[in-house]
Ligand binder design. Structure first.
Ligand code: ZN
Length: 304
């Protein structure tokens, strides 16, 4: 009788051990081997900027924006030290703190760029609606005409899915020509939802409150919800608190330099007109686990 019981308990223990091994393989080992690395790039000049470089499972390189001309060398070094080519480069909008690096890479290097994804109105739209910064858009348009890349430029469409290795990119927001006014180019930002291992990463570019409304109209809340979010418009004067409540992120990536982080216009903390500290309070209230801030240098996280 005792022997039978012993045998039964041995079988039971073996089954438990096998189940634990299977669970580790399914929930830890497989997701870990399917990981991606996201690096948020630091600002190399004084200006705010935004740049991300992503390595996929099988070493495809994705870039989102890039920064100002002063940031070109840093990003070019990152590209050269990895695959020395870019498989997909997304430009959220053509402002110089986002699109200058890709202009430099196109015009001044021989780094291959397989695909450039944009959402652009006609040049006349920028000239009419934001004349003071239209020359920045013109520089970007000129670079896209370069023979080296002109056949690789794609205008994205709403809800388009772009699969790059193990990363699915869904376009949640595109140019909004009907939204004019002083933040029109910010409001034309591409919004990208990346998904890997059922984890979502939301890139908002410089989305402001007007285009936030369109994002909510065009997408169900479960698509807005994300584990990781790039804080809109450098962490201030972008989307509002209700929007971040829907996102409910665990990790926030802030494309925010030191002076903007503490609202310092040159006269010390709180001497500026910026609203970053208000956004920081919202995020504190959401119990976010990790803040990754541009001011702290190039920071890489593994997502799996
Ligand atoms: Zn910006």
């Amino acid at each position: 009788m005792k022997k039978i019981l012993n045998k039964k308990s041995k079988i039971f223990t073996s089954v438990i051990v096998i189940l634990i091994i299977v669970a580790i393989i399914l929930f830890v080992y497989i997701p870990y081997t399917n990981a991606i690395e996201i690096t948020q790039l630091k600002n190399n000049g004084h200006s705010q900027m935004m740049g991300y470089i992503i390595q996929t499972k099988n070493n495809k390189t994705i870039v989102i924006d890039g920064g100002t001309h002063e940031d070109s060398e840093n990003l070019i070094n990152h590209i050269k030290s990895t695959t020395n080519k870019v498989d997909a480069w997304f430009i959220t909008h053509p402002h110089n703190d986002h699109a200058s690096v890709v202009i430099d890479v196109i015009n001044n290097t021989d780094i291959p760029i397989d695909n450039i994804y944009v959402t652009l109105n006609d040049l006349e739209w920028y000239e009419e609606n934001e004349p003071e910064r239209a020359h920045q858009t013109k520089d970007f348009f000129d670079a896209l005409e370069n023979d080296r890349v002109k056949d690789n430029v794609h205008e994205v469409s709403l809800h388009q899915n772009i699969q790059i290795d193990n990363v699915n990119c869904e376009i949640l927001g595109v140019k909004n020509p009907e939204i004019t006014g002083n933040k029109c180019t910010n409001n034309s930002s591409m919004v990208i939802r990346m998904e890997v291992n059922n984890k979502a990463i939301l890139f908002l570019g410089d989305t402001a409150e007007e285009s936030q409304e369109k994002l909510l109209e065009n997408n169900p809340e479960e698509k807005i919800k994300a584990d990781i979010v790039q804080m809109a418009h450098h962490g201030q004067n972008g989307v509002n608190e209700d929007f971040y409540k829907i996102v409910n992120p665990k990790i926030c990536m802030w494309p925010t330099p030191d002076w903007l982080w503490i609202n310092d216009a040159g006269g010390g903390e709180d001497s500026g007109p910026w609203l970053t500290k208000t956004t920081r309070k919202w995020i504190e209230n959401l119990n976010v686990k990790q803040n990754i801030v541009e001011k702290d240098g190039d920071i890489t996280i593994k997502v799996w």
